[in-house]
Design a protein around this ligand. Sequence first.
Ligand code: FES
Length: 253
Amino acid sequence: MKQQTATFRFALPSPPHWAVRLDVAQPPRAGQYVLAECGGPLREALFPADVDADGFTALTPRGHPITRLLPGASVDLLGPLGNGFRLDRVQRLLLIAEADKLSVLRPLLNAAPAVTLVVEGPTRARMPAPDSLPPAVELLLVTLDGSVGYLGPLESQEPAPAGQERIGPLLAELIAWTEWLCLACRRERYPALAGLVRQARLQPTAHFAQALVHTEMPCGVGACDVCRIPTRHGEKHVCTDGPVFDLLEIGNE
Ligand code: FES
């Protein structure tokens, strides 16, 4: 496994998180991660929210030990680890995220000339600020309380109350329009979201829909079995077989 030493550059508030910049020779790609030595008993998985040739930025909770390092401090990393998002010459890209998982899709916001981002959250206050996104990204908001945008949840087939609208019909159009679909939601929602894909596209190709699975990953090498999940092809390790999976493989257990 590749071990690297990163250089901590800065940590800045990025509500509700802190943005931590690490310079490193081989940064993780979108959907990959590193296991970082952050001073706790176990290494922690850091996913990139922004990547360039010199390193990456990860979002961490406020007060996280890594945010208290001094600029120039060394951070021991294992990785890049896992299988990230795989996009090939993409022109039209659809991204779907729960608001608190959006950061793992942020490296994809510039991945295509046409990007549509659907974000679902409990209420207006949890939505990303539009000025935190590239101006070319089309942003569609879905809230569970209907305080802004469409009324959630994404997969609801229920009629909306008067004055509100579900995103279902538009989502079906977007799934038919896009070349690739990338998702960052809780795993238990993936079967229903896979159902939406099957309804909107007759024969989706392998990896048309790619879903990042969030789970604890203490070892990162397939040794501890903490991260096993069921798939259509038996149990898989999120840390080594994922964390990005074909949605249709994990959405039809
Ligand atoms: S994190 Fe240990 S097996 Fe995946």
